[in-house]
Write a protein that binds this ligand. Structure first.
Ligand SMILES: Cc1cc2nc3c(=O)[nH]c(=O)nc-3n(C[C@H](O)[C@H](O)[C@H](O)COP(=O)(O)O)c2cc1C
Length: 181
């Protein structure tokens, strides 16, 4: 059966590395058994800062942007949520986008990948696992991180060739587990 993957690009800032890291994750996903990959880029979704009178658990957020975002997540077969680490956690752009939705997350086959300069975003990945667990996604228990540094950021650009063999194996393991769901 054909397997499709949607990768949520969690950072939105100017000069972010997130988009090129997501493209690299997409290549890894093809190697791990996914037939098609699309990026769900939060910069393109252009969601205003979360602000709704009723929590989304009780009523969907009533705006065109929120509906478009909700349909993308609801129709995704498998999700990777790709997060950088900002101040030991996930960026506000990603938390706000997660908060917009509720039922769309439930039972969604999902994996977490991160990147950062300290410990491959271990702290952000842990926070994200707590959030997505609370929302009852069907979460791959293992997460994996990419260490940013001299090997992986060259002239301000992400270099996938610099990712260590151990990290590639960990990313492959997470993606293979996700593909098996
Ligand atoms: C506001 C801010 C806070 C950061 N805090 C951390 C941190 O706590 N741990 C870490 O490893 N890297 C931290 N970094 C470095 C980022 O992980 C790195 O800049 C990464 O490229 C950010 O992802 P992006 O380029 O997709 O925005 C921080 C960066 C920013 C902008």
């Amino acid at each position: 059966m054909s397997k499709s993957l949607s990768i949520i690009v969690g950072s939105t800032r100017t000069n972010r590395l997130g988009h090129s890291i997501a493209e690299w994750v997409g290549e890894q996903a093809k190697a791990a058994g996914f037939d098609s990959v699309e990026l769900l880029d939060l910069k393109e979704q252009n969601l205003p800062k979360f602000d709704t009178p009723v929590p989304p658990q009780y009523a969907p957020v009533d705006s065109d942007e929120a509906r478009a975002w909700g349909e993308k997540v609801a129709s995704a077969e498998h999700l990777v949520v790709l997060t950088p680490e900002y101040n030991q956690s996930i960026p506000a752009s990603l938390k706000s986008a997660i908060d917009y939705l509720s039922s769309e997350w439930v039972d969604k086959p999902t994996a977490i990948l991160g990147y950062g300069y300290m410990g491959g975003a271990a702290s952000a990945r842990k926070h994200l696992a707590d959030i997505l667990g609370f929302l009852k996604t069907d979460l791959v228990p293992e997460t994996a991180g990419v260490q940013l540094g001299e090997a992986t950021v060259v002239d301000g650009t992400f270099a996938g060739s610099g990712v260590s063999a151990d990290e590639v194996a960990a990313v492959q393991n997470v993606l293979s587990t996700l593909a098996s769901k």
